[in-house]
Design a binder for this molecule. Structure first.
Ligand SMILES: [Zn+2]
Length: 381
């Protein structure tokens, strides 16, 4: 396609010949179209639109032309450079779009892939179960109350009608932090002559709640308690309780029973019942043990050797904890008039409930902190 006319015109510069400009333009356009990625396009741009490119060099020659030739050469070179510039811009946009699309695909995160490099933690099931129980009662208008774990003996025993000679006060059950009559000194916070113990139950929080509030009082007291037990499959020296206290005018055992039924249905299933068996606690009168129908077999394993139930040992009932009407002496000790007010209370161990609710067989699993134990509970909300 080169021009056959080789005649030399002194005013005509080789680089400005129309066919040279067309050739330079076409070469540039072909290279631009062939550039496969942004890196290649950058090289094409330097070669065909840079300072040393044929069109840029041709442009420089225009200045040396006689005036009458300048306009024509300028228009020609300008059009060629414009065409190259536009082609570069278009190709740049195309390649950028392709790159963005490729990055979206290549760097996409598949959230369904199994994750095993950073295992997620899980909340301890004792915490989640405890909070579920709290939620049931908060929804009924109860208030969550807390108290110190190093507790004055008076709150832990005396105020709950547990006399000084009660077996629960011996060293066998109780961790003493400071004996009775020892000086309050540095760390202790004894109540007068009362000693300090690691609380053996959450009941002292009930006493504190009664002293701090005017009836009606509706509180739920979850927390850690301590007994001098060895750690084994069914005992641990530190465990968790939830206790509940309601003091109001006209409360009866029927209110207690209805509250228990509601809790059991909320935690274990709609059609479950509870029953009360006579018992004795110093701080309630009358007192009862509370049982619930086994949520696993619904009582159908009783007298049915073909369908034994591990959860209730085929007894049909599961023992939950103790309860009763608050002993009037406890109300009096807290400055509440037992002639006007009555109350009910119940309490149970969270570990025990976790054991039968989730078939946990060894209490040590709950305290050893092995994430292989807690992780399966992590999904519970
Ligand atoms: Zn059962």
């Amino acid at each position: 396609m080169s021009a056959p006319n080789k005649s030399y015109d002194p005013v005509e510069v080789e680089a400005l010949k129309p066919e040279e400009i067309d050739r330079a333009r076409d070469a540039a356009l072909a290279a631009i179209a062939a550039a496969g990625d942004l890196e290649a396009l950058r090289e094409v741009k330097a070669a065909h639109a840079g300072d040393r490119s044929p069109l840029a060099l041709a442009n420089r020659e225009i200045g040396a032309l006689p005036p009458h030739a300048k306009a024509e050469a300028g228009r020609r070179v300008g059009q060629a450079r414009g065409a190259v510039g536009q082609a570069l811009k278009r190709r740049q946009e195309e390649l950028e779009a392709e790159r963005d699309e490729r990055v979206l695909v290549e760097e996409a995160v598949d959230v369904t892939l199994p994750f095993d490099r950073v295992p997620a933690g899980a909340r301890h099931p004792l915490t989640t179960l405890s909070e579920r129980i709290e939620d049931v009662f908060v929804a009924m208008g109860y208030e969550v109350a807390e108290g110190p774990e190093a507790e004055a003996e008076w709150f832990n025993f005396d105020a709950l009608n547990i006399a000084p000679d009660h077996p629960a006060r011996t060293m066998q059950d109780t961790f003493f932090v400071q004996g009775p009559g020892e000086s309050g000194g540095s760390g202790g916070s004894g109540e007068g002559e009362s000693g300090v113990v690691l609380r053996t139950h959450t009941s002292p929080v009930q006493i504190r709640s009664l002293l701090e509030r005017k009836p009606p009082v509706y509180v739920i007291c979850p927390g850690r308690v301590y007994r001098t037990d060895e750690l084994d499959a069914t005992h641990t020296p530190v465990f968790h309780q939830v206790e509940l206290l309601a003091v109001d005018e006209g409360l009866t055992m029927a209110d207690l029973k209805g509250t228990l039924d509601h809790m059991v249905r909320s935690l274990f299933g709609e059609d479950l019942r509870t029953r009360l068996r006579p018992s004795y606690f110093p701080f309630t009168e009358p007192s009862a043990e509370m049982d619930m129908v086994c949520f696993a077999c619904r009582g159908e394993s009783v007298g049915n050797p073909d369908r034994p139930c591990r959860t209730c040992s085929s007894e049909g009932w599961i023992e939950l904890g103790g309860c009763g009407m608050v002993n009037p002496r406890v109300l009096t000790a807290c400055g509440v008039d037992p002639e006007r007010y009555s109350g009910f209370a119940f309490g149970f161990g969270i570990e025990r409930m976790l054991m039968f609710r989730h078939n946990v067989e060894d209490m040590r699993d709950m305290v050893e902190g092995d994430v292989r134990f807690t992780r399966p509970f992590g999904m519970e909300i």
